[in-house]
Write a protein that binds this ligand. Sequence first.
Ligand code: HEC
Length: 111
Amino acid sequence: MTYLTLRPTALAACLATAFLASAGLAEVKGPDADPVVAQGKDLYENVGGFGCLACHGNDASGEIGPNIQGIDIGKIHVALTNVTDMASSLPPLTEDEVKAIGAYLLFLNQH
Ligand code: HEC
């Protein structure tokens, strides 16, 4: 009898835990929740040994260079070629790396 009453309770506890866990994850969704955003963050902070961060600031809101939060990937490409400070200091980036940085800059714009 005890066995029969415990089972549904255990199931309910299990479902509640799963629900709370997923709700918790949604709330604390940081840059590490998406691997592409996480890669972009790493590049933003470390590329070339100093990162875009060195000129655009910790959160890309601007320092020596302008605010680039949420900027589109096309503009990153243009800047990588045309901004002398950038072209002369940064290593070449692959298309995937530029996309990852773009994803992180979009993330910063939304958080
Ligand atoms: C050595 C300093 C420096 C570094 C490092 C640097 N930037 Fe810049 N960036 C600048 C400056 C200065 C400008 C503004 C140039 C201008 O307005 O003529 C700029 C402009 C830009 C723009 C153009 C903004 C617009 O409104 O069109 C983008 C996009 C950009 N940077 C992205 C990046 C990314 C991404 C990285 C890292 C991969 C990076 N920058 C690293 C200095 C830097």
